[in-house]
Design a protein around this ligand. Structure first.
Ligand code: GDP
Ligand code: GDP
Length: 435
């Protein structure tokens, strides 16, 4: 599971600036989902040697010093974190608020890194000497706004974390499709997991090293092996009606990152809310293959069903690539088809796409609808090859590709997706300009 890094500090020290820098997506990649809003507080960080979950407590804490830390949300974030990054505004020197926060953070017993932000335009040696009085060791200087020092900071922070204890994966582990069931609280995740595992064809087994605490549940249908990544905490509950653990965005993000295919559970009775849209945005960002399960389809009037379908299209338009299944986890209808849909999505996400085929499809697309002129010269798209799997990335080489309009990129994505019958997986383009 990904390590969790929390950003803490007084208001205005630059937490959200650093957050944005850490979580910015690979800019060379283009996804086919324009106008996506991103969540401010939780993200996957990709600057530094390996990915991690980053939590910005800045949007939550209103107060200064101790007051900010005592907020419930901040305490939850600290509790979930493996590493705390304590940011200070170096231009302010050391304020009483900083001293209070430093003392409080030391008491948590968690590893703390002191981050001296805004070191642009100042004498670092003087500033560093003053920051030592916080008792948190050597401060790590950054200028979040320019990105200076950020990569060095994350390298240091991540190297200090204990290495993930990767047991040698067995052959079965490697062959298993990892499926995460995600959705907001009460959507029916636990009911669905119980239902899936209770199906007659399904054999749940304990693999060596699986503890009761493990959040992966291995099972098989015939020869096909799966691992269910359980964000609902089912495994730790003896009975279905034991209280659900606190819903955790961190656990959900970790599960998304660890899976091959996510099943997003929507609640037909509650409608489509902000949390669903936020989760969907994270799913898109992750590039994971996806199946949408519209749960609690039972007992809805025809009018309510129609209204819900249009709400899904309107509020989650960028999930159009995923198969959508109308299910009732409670009664079992539709549930049997979900794993087959997950298999198809997995197959699409992992497929090998030969260069000659991709290049031919590119030529066909260009012939039918040629790219626009830029400064009187036509953009040339010459050949394509696969640049990655899960999600499939298609690298296109040509001239002036940096000027290729987004609408044309969406056209290409749609053409390629249809021709290759890529179902249930996002598809990304990477454009390269030759000499
Ligand atoms: P937060 O309240 O801790 O999340 O702080 P913000 O990220 O909103 O930043 C507060 C202000 O500090 C904004 O105006 C930022 O542009 C500015 N800021 C952030 N990082 C830097 C930096 O490295 N140098 C300078 N000069 N300003 C910065
Ligand atoms: P979780 O928080 O996502 O794990 O949700 P639960 O599985 O605990 O379900 C929340 C509530 O929704 C429970 O009362 C379930 O009985 C109910 N529920 C789950 N699936 C369905 C369904 O398909 N139809 C109906 N009517 N209720 C359901």
């Amino acid at each position: 599971m990904l390590p969790v890094i929390a950003l803490l500090g007084r208001p205005n020290v630059g937490k959200s600036t650093l957050f944005n820098r850490l979580t910015r997506t690979r800019d060379a990649l283009v996804a086919d989902f324009p106008g996506l809003t991103r969540d401010r507080q939780y993200g996957i960080g990709r600057i530094g040697p390996r990915p991690y979950v980053v939590v910005d407590t800045g949007g939550i804490s209103g107060g200064d010093g101790i007051q900010a830390l005592s907020e419930q949300q901040v305490r939850v974030a600290i509790g979930e974190a493996d590493q705390l990054l304590f940011l200070v505004d170096t231009r302010d020197g050391t304020t009483p608020g900083d001293i209070e926060i430093a003392a409080e953070l030391r008491r948590t017993g968690k590893p703390v890194t002191l981050v001296a932000n805004k070191v642009d335009h100042l004498d670092w040696n003087l500033a560093a000497a003053e920051l030592h009085q916080l008792g948190l060791g050597d401060p790590q200087p950054i200028a979040a706004i320019q990105g200076r020092g950020v990569s060095a900071l994350m390298t240091r922070v991540l190297e200090a974390l204990p290495a993930a204890e990767d047991a040698e994966p067995t052959e079965e582990d490697q062959a298993a499709i990892r499926v995460a069931v995600v959705g907001r609280p009460n959507a029916g995740k636990s009911t669905l997991i119980n239902r899936l595992l209770g199906e007659e064809r399904v054999v749940v087994f304990d693999s060596p090293g699986t503890t009761r605490d493990s959040i992966e549940i291995p099972f098989a249908i015939g020869e096909r092996h799966y691992k269910l990544i359980d964000t609902a905490g089912m495994r730790r509950r003896a009975r279905i009606n034991e209280p659900v653990e606190h819903f955790s965005v961190v656990k959900t993000l970790q599960a998304i990152e660890a899976c091959h295919v996510a099943i997003l559970v929507l609640d037909a009775h509650a409608g489509i809310g902000e949390q669903d849209a936020t989760l969907a945005a994270h799913l898109i960002d992750s590039g994971r293959a996806l199946v949408v399960a519209v749960n609690k389809w039972d007992g809805l009037t025809p009018d309510a069903r129609a209204a819900l379908k249009s709400a899904i299209e309107r509020r989650l338009p960028f999930l159009g690539f995923a198969e959508q299944h109308l299910i009732s986890a409670l009664h079992g209808s539709g549930v049997g088809l979900l794993l087959e849909a997950a298999d198809r999505a997995y197959e699409s996400a992992m497929r090998t796409l030969p260069t000659p085929l991709l290049t031919r499809l590119l030529e066909d697309a260009v012939q039918e609808h040629s790219p626009p002129l830029v400064h009187g010269r036509r953009i040339k798209l010459r050949y394509a090859h696969q640049g990655g799997r899960n999600p499939p990335i298609i690298v296109i080489h040509g001239n002036q590709t940096e000027a290729l309009p987004e609408s044309y990129q969406r056209y290409l994505i749609k053409r390629l997706r249809d021709a290759l019958r890529l179902q249930g997986t996002p598809l990304r383009l990477e454009l390269k300009s030759g000499v």
